[in-house]
Write a protein that binds this ligand. Structure first.
Ligand code: AMP
Length: 454
């Protein structure tokens, strides 16, 4: 929210959030001094720089706006899922963006459809938009309408919404996904990660708290409501492990620092005699560094990552995913040959990456390959916005660490213990459902996530 045109700033901010999603990108802007309900929105499939160019941005005039990059969850990757979602309602026009996953989306959709609602995609945002528009007719303020809408939602939702005159941020009662507020002169920002604030030269003001609704008007007045907060938050620990950018700070915990700490814990609990240590770029690097710092084993550049390849999960099929590992990473032979190597990665899902990596390192002449993982084994799916497949596809499901070690062909394998996650998150309330099946909310009875990418 700014006195000036915001599209370009949102574009730069989105650029720094590209790691959060590569499926589609979008920006919408409106003018708080103009007619209420005029929104310019551009969105499309692809990365931020594929969807936008200078000409498009120049045409987007307005001092209030919102942008989004979409993380593909299988079965929900069509263009109709691209955000911001623009909805017209009796007070004007809203633009909505959502990070997370609403677990009672199907129930709500069915209920609302019986009431006459028509859904285009039935995306979570569309459901939120519909609820909000309906509640707004019955209530005095957008805040009240939001409260009534959110009370009907179950699941993970960090929302950034622009109403005709206001910038709104909402974090679900458990605070699964991050959300924070920033400021640059008279301009306010609400964004998923602090790294986006750094990019646009904004100062971090504070996190939006779990269960908080924040509304900022064009004079810069901020109102806050925390009525929705759950007694104990359940922040997604996978944000610290993998998802967030290391230069971001999530609810006061530096992501880079928490990864380094996980590496240090691994070195203390699962030491090994080795000559060199390195991370699997890029998400394994800080934990690799932590392992080296604690063990005293030299940290080296063992892999070169092709910077033009995105996160491997983008490739939809298993066959493509395997080639993607090769295209993405190449070991530096001279640094590895004849050495006992410790390699640190953030997680093992199906085991594709680890198997390939161990093979590549052996082919490059490594004498021994020891794998350390800076998270516990994935045993259960995630229903709250991380694309983790169903149990039968998880290599750790029904297998011991020794069995996994044999499958990936490593000399030794160790995972971070579950209780260490609390150290990693400085004792904050976290969700560890994907590791132990204990979800803060009952998971849906039917799998809402569609078929996982095979
Ligand atoms: P896999 O090859 O299936 O075992 O996947 C493990 C690799 O994927 C690790 O190197 C992680 O960095 C990365 N990864 C783990 N979880 C996810 C996720 N939900 N989305 C995208 N990438 C992930």
């Amino acid at each position: 929210l700014d006195g000036d045109n915001v599209a370009q700033t949102i574009y730069y901010g989105l650029f720094s959030l590209q790691h959060r999603g590569q499926e589609s990108s979008g920006i919408s802007v409106t003018d708080t001094n103009g007619p209420s309900g005029v929104i310019t929105c551009n969105k499309g499939k692809g990365l931020v720089n594929e969807v936008f160019n200078q000409e498009k941005l120049d045409k987007m005039r307005g001092n209030l706006g919102v942008g989004h990059v979409r993380y593909s969850e299988a079965g929900k990757s069509g263009i109709e899922f691209a955000e911001p979602l623009v909805v017209n309602y009796y007070k004007g026009t809203l633009a909505l963006t959502h990070n997370g996953n609403i677990v009672n989306a199907n129930e709500l959709k069915e209920k609302l459809s019986y009431d006459g609602a028509i859904f285009q995609s039935g995306s979570d945002s569309e459901i939120v938009g519909y609820l909000l528009a309906r509640e707004r007719v019955k209530t005095k303020s957008v805040e009240e309408a939001l409260l009534n809408s959110c009370k009907q939602l179950r699941g993970a939702y960090s929302l950034v919404i622009t109403s005709p005159r206001k910038l709104i941020g909402v974090r679900d009662p458990f605070g699964f996904r991050p959300l924070c507020i920033g400021k640059r002169d008279n301009t306010y920002f609400i964004t998923s990660e602090t790294c986006a604030l750094d990019t646009v030269d904004a100062e971090f003001v504070r996190d939006v708290e779990p269960g908080e609704i924040v509304i900022i008007d064009s004079e810069g007045n901020i109102t806050s409501n925390k009525e929705l907060a759950a007694p104990t938050p359940a922040r997604c620990i996978f944000e610290n492990i993998y998802f967030s950018r290391p230069d971001s700070v999530f609810d006061g915990v530096g992501v880079n620092a928490s990864r380094i700490q996980a590496g240090k814990i691994l070195a203390r609990k699962f030491p090994v005699e080795a000559d060199v240590v390195f991370g699997v770029p890029e998400s394994g690097n800080p934990a690799g560094l932590g392992y080296a710092m604690e063990s005293g084993i030299p940290y080296i550049n063992g892999f070169i990552k092709n910077s033009y390849v995105g996160r491997t999960f983008i490739k939809p099929r298993q066959s493509q995913r395997e080639t993607a590992v090769k295209i993405k990473l190449n070991p530096i032979k001279e640094a590895i040959e004849g050495k006992r190597v410790v390699i640190v990665d953030d997680s093992i899902v199906r085991g594709t990456t680890s198997l390939r990596i161990v093979n590549m390192l052996r082919a490059a002449g490594a004498k021994e390959v020891h794998v350390r993982i800076s998270s516990p084994p994935f045993l259960h799916p995630c229903y709250f916005g991380t694309d983790i497949p169903s149990e039968d596809q998880l290599i750790a499901h029904n297998r011991s660490v020794d069995e996994i070690c044999k499958i990936i062909g490593a000399d030794s394998l160790a995972y971070l213990d579950e209780e260490c996650l609390y150290e990693m998150s400085k004792g904050l309330g976290i969700c560890t459902g994907c590791f132990n099946g204990k979800y803060p909310l009952d998971p849906p009875t039917e799998d809402i996530r569609g078929d996982y990418q095979k």
